[in-house]
Each structure stands twice: as C-alpha cells, then as structure tokens.
Design a protein around this ligand. Structure first.
Ligand SMILES: Cc1cc2nc3c(=O)[nH]c(=O)nc-3n(C[C@H](O)[C@H](O)[C@H](O)COP(=O)(O)O)c2cc1C
Length: 372
C-alpha cells in the first residue's frame, strides 16, 4: 500500500512530514541514527559552525512547569504540567571535522531518510561569508540533503550572527545568496521570531533564493526569580543572560508568526516549529500551509529523541486521514493550507452590530451618522 504520510518538500521526498529540529536530540550521529530507527521522516543536525563554542558552566536547558493554582517553577511539583523549555545552549560544540565523517555515515546507513545540515557563520566580513560556503560545501559533499541556515540563535553576542542577522533583511538575503551560490541541495532559512514583522525577514530570505522558511526558533526570554532565594531559577554565579523559550508556551506565538508568512507567500514552502508534541498541534501548522513540521522540546523529554512522540505523530496522522477519508483526503496536500485565509484583520470579524464598527477609524465620510 502506498505510504499516505509521504510528502514532497523543497523537492525532497520525506517518509513523513515530521522532523527533529536542530537541538540536543540531533547533536550526535548516535542520536540521529536512533531517531531514524524510531521513524522520524527527517532530522536537522544541531547547528554546525566554524568557531569553537564553550557553553556556560551549569545546566544548558531546564523545563518550566505550571500548576493549576498558578504556581510556575523549574522545580518539579506534583500535579504540574509542562509550560516550556528554557535554554541558553550555543550551537554544536563539535567542530566541522567531527561532523563530516558522521554525516557520511548517517547517510550511508539511512539513504532514504532526509538529513538536513544546520549551519551558521557570521556575516560581518567576506571571510565570514566564505565560512558559510565552507560549511555548506563540506556537508553536501558528504551527502547532506539540504541546508538549514541558522539565522535565529537567540544567544549570540556577535552582532553579525544568529538572531542578530535574522533581524536584518539585507543580511538574510546576502547570507542566503552566498550559500545558494555553492549549494547543490535546497536551502532553508530558519528565522528568529524576535522581529516586528517577520514577513519582512521572510521576503529577504526568498529574495536571496531560499527554498523554504523554517519558524520558529525559541523566543527570547529569561528564567523566573525564585521568591525564597531571590535568585534566577537558572543562573551561573547569580547571573543570567537572555535565552530561548520553547515548548507548549510558544505554540500559539509560533502559529501567529507562521500565519503571517504563509498568507504573504502562499506558494512558498514552510516548515513549522514551536510547541509540537502531538498530531493535533502539528495539524494547526499544516492547516496554515506548512509542508513539514519540526519538534525539539517534546523529543528532549521523551528518551532524548522522541520515540513515543514520533509514534503518536504518525498514528495521529493515519487516524486523521481515516476520519476524513469521506472528504477524499489521501495525503497532507489535500488539507495543507485550508485554514490559511481564515486569519483576517480584526475589523473583518463579525460583531453583533457590524455597521457601528469601523476598525478604530471614524465612519467613512458620507456615511457618518447624523449628529443632530
Ligand atoms: C537546548 C536547545 C538547543 C537548541 N539548539 C538549537 C540549535 O543549535 N540550532 C537551532 O537552529 N535551533 C536550536 N534550538 C531551537 C529548536 O530547534 C526549536 O526551534 C525550538 O526549541 C522550538 O521548538 P520546540 O517548541 O519544539 O522546542 C534549540 C533548542 C533547545 C531547547
């Protein structure tokens, strides 16, 4: 029987539209092989760079939990539920030389699974821009099926890296173009949600030749302050810096960013990320127009690579297709984007008496009610 879950995205065929995003679940070849064995349709490697990174002297990620009484903390409490992940982890601490033979090995073991190499360099000089090309050439020569450009890491001090580039449409265009010059495989741009109007940055990426946009990376945030110790719940020597929020808390925020972009570019390819742990949540992204989705936090909490999460995603999609067989839906393409146009301006939403509301403006001239 044909695989109903199979999708084509940026010219690549995926066994299913569910990918592990660039993060700890994809930080090693061992994890990635396990992820493919568990059933993930694709994997985006932990971001590979040319500059060595050293992480902070303490935990890199913790999970914030909320209780029904409103209590919220990184300390586990009976009856609490996951609210979000918070991290200040940098990109891969393994150098390109470490990754290169492993990319080859993964592809040899899993030739029909999609391996996307996440890469990152700077943009402040020609030399930095060449680093993007060095990374891209090295990864594609070993069989990487696509690139994801990290224009979104929220904890970079350098002004020409990560989410700092991702806030600048011109830098986004330049970097994308530079990678496209050498790429023989599709190039995806992973944007930061930390901008005023993400459509502007998405346009920059498409102008540079991006084959897809990926969104969201984590949202800039800081940990809560413990009311007893008066210390941040995560700190090193009492200090914190801005980190990234992921998990359930960002699902509606990520959807809003995605809705803006899929409406502005209905014919382009999008991969949705943000708070996905089951098929219902993935479905929201698909209905807005995404062709694939990616998962991080939920996988981290499920045996490091999410064997149960991918099982539930696959089962959820199978059941969804069964339930909607009467509509003639046989694959993702039959329902992708069918709710994209339901996000409208506020004044387009029906009111008890619509003639009285003019979107915050005075009534159009000539139609104003007489004030006699
Ligand atoms: C600990 C941690 C490390 C991450 N590292 C990277 C990274 O190296 N590159 C990247 O593009 N995104 C990175 N991310 C972001 C995730 O790929 C993802 O975009 C984000 O967590 C939102 O998805 P989620 O809600 O499923 O967690 C990281 C996230 C976490 C929690």
């Amino acid at each position: 029987m044909a695989n109903r879950l199979q999708v084509e995205f940026t010219g690549l065929r995926f066994e299913n539209p569910f990918l592990l995003s660039s993060a700890p679940p994809t930080e090693s070849d061992a994890n990635i092989m396990r992820a493919f064995d568990a059933g993930w349709g694709g994997v985006v490697t932990k971001t590979i760079g040319l500059h060595p990174v050293v992480n902070v002297d303490g935990p890199k990620t913790k999970f914030l939990r909320a209780s029904p009484d409103g209590h919220m903390s990184m300390q586990k409490r009976v009856g609490s539920a996951l609210h979000s992940s918070w991290n200040w982890e940098l990109i891969s601490d393994k150098p390109l030389d470490w990754w290169v033979p492993r990319i080859a090995r993964i592809k040899k073991a899993h030739p029909d699974r999609i391996l996307v190499a996440s890469i990152m360099a700077g943009s402040g000089s020609d030399r930095e821009l060449e680093h993007w090309q060095t990374l891209a050439k090295a990864c594609q020569d070993e069989g990487a099926d696509a690139f994801e450009l990290n224009l979104s890491c929220p904890h970079m001090d350098r002004k020409d890296m990560g989410s700092n580039i991702g806030k600048d449409q011109e830098q986004i265009s330049i970097v994308t173009q530079v990678v496209k010059e050498v790429a023989r495989v599709p190039v995806w741009a992973k944007l930061t949600p930390s901008t005023t109007d993400i459509v502007i940055e998405a346009r920059g990426a498409f102008l540079g030749g991006a084959d897809a946009i990926v969104s969201s990376n984590t949202f800039p945030s800081i940990p809560l302050i413990d009311p007893e110790s008066l210390e941040f719940e995560m700190n090193v020597d009492g200090l914190v810096s801005s980190g990234g929020l992921g998990g359930p808390a960002i699902l509606p925020l990520s959807l809003a960013k995605m809705a803006q972009m899929t409406q502005a570019f209905p014919d382009k390819a999008f991969s949705g990320i943000g708070g996905i742990s089951n098929f219902s949540q993935a479905l929201s992204f698909f209905l807005l127009g995404c062709g694939t989705v990616q998962v991080c936090t939920a996988a981290m909490l499920d045996h490091a690579i999410g064997p149960n999460v991918i099982k539930a995603l696959i089962q959820g999609m199978e059941e969804f297709l069964d339930r909607n067989a009467d509509k003639g839906w046989t694959s993702l393409e039959d329902f992708r984007g069918i709710r994209r146009d339901r996000v409208v301006t506020h004044s387009q939403i029906r009111r008890p008496s619509s003639k009285d509301y003019h979107g915050g403006h005075e009534a159009a001239e000539g139609y104003a009610a007489s004030r006699v």
